[in-house]
Design a protein around this ligand. Structure first.
Ligand SMILES: Cc1cc2nc3c(=O)[nH]c(=O)nc-3n(C[C@H](O)[C@H](O)[C@H](O)COP(=O)(O)O)c2cc1C
Ligand code: SF4
Length: 425
């Protein structure tokens, strides 16, 4: 197969496993109630198409939580077993998120479980449901670190190929690192050394418990785009502390969900009104108004500082040409694609087969992004199969019953309808 992407389709060894190429599918977790709305299987994130479409690694979400025996609940097991078998079928490796998320309150719904149990946080900020988060005691910190270990063991035992953890987005490790969320005065707050402590212990306890050969990806948000949060230099320092315990550094940015705020210390520029929130979510999941390859300049700096470490990067990498350039120029070793694989999960396969002009590009319209659509949408503007693989066929055969068709309107939808009608005879 002839293509112009010799770097993109080079295999990559990550610890004990060999990846078939440099394309990873970005974490695309879904709020639980979206699972109820969606009728698709395969772990609710179009894993079938993404695996069949050529991704070397598919990141599952961090939603399934293991019990004290390091086992997942029955229905999570059923769903994940199906997802893993689909990934295996196509030679993709499965990565499982192991963020100790269980007690972070990212909900907007005051009736959620945190009403009863209380949400954990480094410091007692106001959560989005208007409840005060509980400042974690040292015993709580130990409990959360053990949660991470349980998740890691469960993922390894269940058959996942890699783990994904880190000080990323709104994860507890990122909250501890961030002075915007962490006001502690003990050894977990204050100086950078103290704010890094939770993240370092998180990685160390996982590595000690899963052994040296199991691949770990450590993800970082290069910036939170919040007032008073950490600096990129803090992230570089943290990478320096954990790099020998992990196998690949993944560079992303921003927050998916802002977990809370201190009323007397605004974390956004409130004078900007609603626009201020754009600077958080719109930088994490970028719109068409942002430049492409948004996080690559940070990944390149990580690579420059730690040249022996494998680095991956995501954020608006929408064409195989851009992906190839990133790897060819040594800015990163792998690209992690989120929405581009929602729009066209067959991105990798088409590029490899020399058919990159057939790739349906992501518009960066944010229609699929739950934060942008206030958790009301589960669709993609350009891929009707996204999360509906079981009822929207990949290819439409010739129609059994042929009819005369009139198409009114010659925009993109009208043209596509005409082409489809033609293909179906
Ligand atoms: C529908 C949707 C769900 C997402 N879920 C997660 C998630 O569970 N965990 C995560 O770290 N990032 C999540 N993200 C962010 C993506 O992984 C990625 O960082 C972001 O979309 C930017 O990359 P892209 O331009 O390749 O899409 C999600 C994004 C979208 C659009
Ligand atoms: S809905 Fe829009 S942003 Fe999301 S994948 Fe589809 S085209 Fe891209």
């Amino acid at each position: 197969m002839k293509n112009n992407f010799s770097h993109l389709f080079q295999p990559l060894k990550v610890n004990s496993i060999m990846l078939k190429n440099r394309i990873f599918s970005s974490p695309m977790g879904m709020p639980a109630h979206h699972k109820v709305l969606s009728t698709t299987y395969y772990g609710n994130v179009s894993l079938f198409d993404k695996s069949a479409g050529g991704a070397a690694v598919v990141f599952g979400g961090a939603e399934a939580f293991a019990d004290d025996n390091c086992e997942y609940p029955k229905y999570s097991r059923d769903e994940m077993r199906e997802a893993l078998s689909v990934m295996r079928q196509y030679g993709a490796k499965a990565a499982k998120g192991v963020m100790p998320h269980k007690r972070i309150d990212l909900s907007r719904n005051p009736r959620d479980m945190f009403e009863v149990f209380g949400a954990y946080a480094p410091s007692p900020y106001m959560t989005r449901t208007g409840k005060l988060a509980i400042e974690m005691t040292k015993a709580d910190i130990q409990e959360m670190l053990q949660e991470g270990v349980k998740e890691a063991i469960a993922a390894k035992n269940f058959g996942f190929d890699m783990l994904y953890c880190g000080a990323v987005h709104e994860s507890l490790a990122a909250q501890f690192l961030s002075p915007a969320f962490n006001k502690r005065t003990d050894e977990y707050g204050g100086s950078l050394e103290n704010r890094m402590r939770f993240a370092i212990e998180h990685v160390r306890t996982i590595r000690e418990n899963i052994g040296p050969d199991f691949p770990i990806v450590f993800a970082v948000s290069a910036s939170h785009f919040l007032k008073n949060s950490f600096e990129f230099e803090d992230i570089l320092a943290l990478i320096g502390e954990v790099k020998d315990m992990v196998d690949l550094i993944h560079v992303t940015a921003g927050l998916d969900v802002v977990p809370g705020y201190f009323q007397d210390d605004p974390i956004i520029d409130t004078s900007l009104g609603l626009e201020a929130w754009y600077w958080v979510n719109g930088k994490h999941c970028q719109s068409i108004f942002e430049p492409p390859m948004t996080n690559v300049h940070w990944a390149a700096k990580v690579k420059e500082k730690y040249p022996d470490k494998l680095v991956s990067v995501n954020g608006s990498i929408t064409t195989p040409q851009d992906a190839e350039e990133i790897i060819a120029k040594g800015w990163a070793d792998a690209v992690v694609l989120g929405r581009p694989l929602n729009a066209d999960p067959y991105f990798g396969r088409k590029a490899q087969e020399g058919r990159s002009e057939d790739i349906v590009p992501c518009l960066r319209c944010l229609y699929c992004y739950h934060s942008a659509t206030i958790h009301t949408n589960t669709q993609c503007s350009v891929n009707p199969r996204y999360r509906r693989e079981n009822r929207v066929p990949l290819e439409l055969g010739e129609a059994k019953l042929k009819k005369r068709v009139v198409i009114i309107g010659a925009g993109p939808a009208g043209c596509k309808a005409a082409l489809t009608a033609h293909e179906r005879g």
